[in-house]
Write a protein that binds this ligand. Structure first.
Ligand code: NAP
Ligand code: G4F
Length: 327
């Protein structure tokens, strides 16, 4: 019989890539969405899989809705990708971010414990949990957490709750500590897509500049499609565990801008970038760089898309999309 997977946050960036992978492996995929009355299928449509998903309504802020979803589906695997995932908003929306990203995970774990204790659970943890924490300039599973945003703090709670349900009740709960991963369906509030969309608009005369914050911040950027594979692999192990997933290399926001403008064939990128204090954060995470040795060794996972290929892929997709707006 086909395996079943429930994905929360299926309408975001990662949900579609993970769904595509699971569908190709023969899974039946259930996608939890907040409002069936007005869903935005743009990211699933981009990967041409919308009609292959069975949707079910639920909200991470509402425990009874999660109980209902779990009791109805009783999937083999749950991938919890739902979150208020934009770090920049999390200071203004600290309570909502905590309710969804921290308490929501507790509700979901409780629902599994009561209605489907043999389900394997994946929690979308993040390198933001490390914040200022590092081990000789990189982060791995042993690095201490020093989160710098309400988002990071809520994710630390969810991470430890995931570990605790494993240790307390023997549930199969894995926490994937993923570094930044991007794609052509990345939300436009995140810096990479803001840059590639902005560069494409400048190229076709639809915009004159891009307002950005801290150009010196460094991130370990990979491709979302590669990271979906790591999520899947974590739930195929005999034993639940936690894994750092990243490329092991980092680049600054400035480097991303330079490369994006190069691929968009716009000379002199400096003419188009405005430093805008509104996009600087009250507390910045200056530098993240993964050491994903454990994942490489135990999961056999490898990132396939390089930084340059990622920037090129995103610029190309945005150029194609923006061009259609001209007619
Ligand atoms: P995303 O594009 O922001 O998608 C998040 C999804 O969560 C959205 O579809 C959103 O639904 C849903 N959601 C938000 N609040 C909800 C609620 N109260 N109830 C149910 N669903 C809710 O995020 P992503 O980039 O795909 O990332 C997936 C997960 O990985 C997130 O948990 C994120 O924090 C984590 N993560 C991401 C990265 C990265 O670099 N992308 C790195 C590490 C960890 P709507 O469509 O209805 O708004
Ligand atoms: O693209 P960002 O908003 O991503 P951030 O904050 O690193 O968070 C993303 O990755 C996390 C994993 O590490 C995820 F957990 C999280 O859900 C999300 O997917 O910002 C990246 C960097 C920051 O240092 C920010 O200060 O870019 C800097 N930046 C500079 N100018 C900007 C801007 N970020 C945004 N969003 N917009 C700007 O104009």
């Amino acid at each position: 019989m086909a395996k079943t997977a429930l994905i929360t946050g299926i309408l975001g960036q990662d949900g579609p890539y993970l769904s595509k992978l699971l569908l190709a492996k023969g899974y039946k995929v259930y996608g939890m969405i907040r409002r069936y009355s007005n869903p935005n299928f743009e990211t699933l449509d981009y990967l041409e899989i919308t009609d292959k998903i069975e949707f079910i309504e639920g909200d991470m802020g509402d425990e009874s809705s999660l109980m209902n979803v779990v009791r109805t589906v009783r999937p083999d695997e749950v991938y919890n990708l739902a979150a208020q995932s934009f770090v920049g908003d999390s200071w203004q929306m600290a309570k909502l971010t905590t309710e969804v990203n921290a308490l929501g995970v507790l509700y979901l774990l409780n629902s599994l414990k009561i209605f489907s204790p043999t389900t394997k659970f994946y929690q979308a943890s993040t390198s933001e949990m490390f914040g200022l924490g590092n081990t000789h300039g990189y982060q791995d599973e042993k690095t201490s957490f020093h989160p710098r945003s309400p988002y990071g703090i809520a994710k630390v709670y969810a991470h430890w709750m995931t570990v605790n349900f494993r240790e307390s009740y023997g549930l199969f709960t894995a926490s994937g500590i993923l570094f930044n991963h991007e794609s052509p369906v990345r939300g436009k509030q995140f810096v990479t897509r803001k840059i590639t969309d902005g560069a494409a608009r400048i190229k076709y005369g639809l915009a004159k500049k891009i307002n950005l914050g801290n150009l010196d911040a460094k991130r370990d950027w990979g491709f979302a499609g590669d990271y979906a594979e790591a999520m899947y692999l974590m739930l195929q192990q005999d034993k639940a565990d936690d894994y750092v997933i990243g490329t092991g290399q980092n680049h600054s926001v400035k480097e991303f801008v330079e490369l994006a403008f190069k691929y968009a064939e716009i000379p002199d990128w400096k003419k188009y970038i405005v430093i805008d204090p509104r996009f600087k954060r009250p507390a910045e995470v200056y530098e993240l760089k993964a050491k994903p040795e454990k994942a490489l060794k135990i999961l056999g996972w490898r990132p396939k898309v390089t930084f340059a290929e990622l920037v090129k892929m995103m610029v190309k997709a945005d150029m194609k999309r923006v061009k259609t707006l001209l007619v």
